[in-house]
Design a protein around this ligand. Sequence first.
Ligand SMILES: NC(=O)C1=CN([C@@H]2O[C@H](COP(=O)(O)OP(=O)(O)OC[C@H]3O[C@@H](n4cnc5c(N)ncnc54)[C@H](OP(=O)(O)O)[C@@H]3O)[C@@H](O)[C@H]2O)C=CC1
Ligand SMILES: O=C(O)[C@@H]1CCC=N1
Length: 294
Amino acid sequence: MITTTPTICILGCGTMGKAILTGILNDVNEAIKNNYSIPNTASFKPRKFIACVSGDESAQKVINLFGELVTVVAGQNVKGVEEADVVLLCTKPQIAKTILTEDGMAEALENKLIISILAGVSLSQLKEWVPTSTKVIRAMPNTPCMIQEGMTVISCPANTNVDDKTFTMWVFSTLGRVRVLDEKHLDAVTGLSGSGPAFACVVLESLADGGVMMGLPREVALELAAQALQGAARMVLKTGKHPAEIKDNVTTPAGCTIAGLLTMEDGKIRSTLARTVQEATTVASTLGKVQANK
Ligand SMILES: NC(=O)C1=CN([C@@H]2O[C@H](COP(=O)(O)OP(=O)(O)OC[C@H]3O[C@@H](n4cnc5c(N)ncnc54)[C@H](OP(=O)(O)O)[C@@H]3O)[C@@H](O)[C@H]2O)C=CC1
Ligand SMILES: O=C(O)[C@@H]1CCC=N1
């Protein structure tokens, strides 16, 4: 059973480890300011955060970012895991097996919960690499977790206990939206919401380029493009309207929007974006199969 004041070890604290820590720390600090009176934040009050990295250079970066809020260890994964109640596995998929099977790790992991955010590494692979008493849950978050605008999909084995599921839901609900799905969907989730911020930024940058082409200053163009995309996305999420309806409302007969839309369609933008997710999904499904030291 997970204590309400767990010690959390971020095993691998790069882009995503830092994004998750930033989001949780923002949430916990906000909760402290409000005497834990905000719903959701009151459930758990993590006592300590430990970040494990391999090199001194990245250790220093994590220290610079979080100061004394996080204990950072380099090249001492077993020590970090020993001290923790819950391990958030955030290394590259290719080195996970080596890390989880190193000397002393099995003992350190006994009876603990690992939440893996690794793309393409299945629950059954993870279970093979850890002791039978170790519980494993997969989560696929994305980088907007850093500003608590994340999207995370969680997959739990059928025998997951309520405490472990509740804790995992808590972690990621402090970082944005959360959904629970069957593991068979996780590669598609990775290709869509995991990779999605990168795809969205290419669209955003391209729209801004158009504005710059037509004379807008770069920073104005970026603001307009970002807010237009955010506004449209929020309308879909808030109203539940189909994107086609929102698009049609913008489109005045014989107006400028339909002229732009037809130009987009000429460029096969829909199939290009859909195939982008298809390709990312296909590659995600292979990431757990390569056990190289990349
Ligand atoms: N980036 C994204 O948007 C998303 C990524 N993911 C998944 O998250 C995981 C991490 O990705 P990302 O954050 O981008 O990767 P990064 O390369 O940014 O981070 C990897 C981290 O692992 C550390 N690390 C490397 N080797 C070891 C080791 N032997 N022991 C302990 N720590 C080690 C690195 O430290 P050091 O620098 O010292 O080597 C670094 O802190 C991947 O599995 C990916 O599939 C999931 C969703 C979104
Ligand atoms: O590119 C990757 O492999 C990771 C997984 C999802 C987002 N980034």
